[in-house]
Design a protein around this ligand. Structure first.
Ligand SMILES: C[S@@+](CC[C@H](N)C(=O)[O-])C[C@H]1O[C@@H](n2cnc3c(N)ncnc32)[C@H](O)[C@@H]1O
Length: 264
């Protein structure tokens, strides 16, 4: 596949490695292991983030009545992809996936298994160029911007350091959505473990991948300023409407914030 460079690590493939998937190469594993050497709960944290994504989509498609999703930073297809969760609750749900990793594009067919009543589409796009996402013909064909849309920025904002003006990027995207739309976001933090996540972020940067940790206030301000946070607000992903009453990991183990907010 053109554009796929297996000699350099990519966030989607490293995340797939943490989740126990099969779509990763030596360079991905090497960089991932450098982070995991200090952040030993990194795999558990990735699974907690993925579970948060599933609960958030179930909330949106179930309780909030959302039928349209724009999922930027999709990752490689795995279990509980957004359309599978949303269409299990509401088969008419329409989902556009976007990612900038050519390997995700190569696997996109697995994301296009829509229910007959709904629609899914995939676009190769970069979050840092939000206008190109909003004007993409597939986005305009599948999503109706006069009806509420859930914008999903799950586990992607820590790949957009301040120099790329992420607040402006988010404002451009949320500004294009009608009232009653939602934003779901999650973000790695160094707040509860000063070593592990920071070592992980350093390993990403050393491999040429942009990465920035943010604390809960920085994340809340970046992602949710001016929006109405849905209870319980910005919390560790493991604490966002957890299901079941089994033991949950410690804040240091999770080190990952998440939240869901309504666009007024
Ligand atoms: C950690 S994965 C998250 C996958 C999924 N959202 C989840 O939370 O389970 C991050 C994804 O964001 C993508 N990504 C990183 N930076 C991006 C950018 N600037 N534009 C588009 N996608 C990006 C990566 O390729 C990767 O697939």
């Amino acid at each position: 596949m053109p554009g796929i460079d297996t000699s350099k690590p990519h966030p989607a493939r490293m995340y797939d490695y943490y989740l126990g998937g099969k779509n990763h190469f030596a360079a991905d594993r090497e960089t991932a292991e450098k982070g995991l050497a200090t952040w030993q709960s990194g795999r558990l944290a990735a699974r907690e983030n993925r579970a948060f994504l599933g609960r958030a989509v179930r909330f949106l498609a179930g309780e909030a009545g959302i039928r349209q999703f724009l999922d930027i930073g999709t990752g490689l297809p795995t279990t509980n992809n957004v359309h599978e969760v949303a269409q299990a609750a509401a088969p008419t749900s329409r989902i556009v996936y976007a990612d900038n990793d050519p390997l995700v594009l190569a696997h996109a067919r697995a994301l296009l298994t829509s229910s007959p009543e709904g629609r899914t589409a995939y676009i190769h796009a970069d979050l840092r160029d939000p206008q190109s996402i909003l004007s993409d013909p597939a986005v305009l064909e599948v999503l109706d911007f006069s009806q509420p849309i859930a914008l999903m920025l799950v586990a992607i904002l820590h790949f957009v350091p301040d120099e790329f003006k992420p607040a402006q990027v988010i404002a451009t995207l949320t500004g294009a959505l009608p009232p009653g739309s939602y934003l779901v976001a999650s973000h790695i933090t160094g707040e509860h473990d000063p070593d592990g996540p920071a070592t992980g972020a350093r390993a990403y940067r050393a491999a040429g991948l942009p990465a920035q940790l943010r604390d809960s206030d920085q994340f809340a301000q970046l992602a949710f300023s001016g929006l109405d946070l849905v209870p319980p607000g910005v919390v560790l992903v493991s604490e966002w409407r957890p299901e079941g009453d089994g033991p949950r990991p410690t804040p240091a183990e999770v080190s990952w914030y998440g939240g869901v907010a309504r666009i007024p």
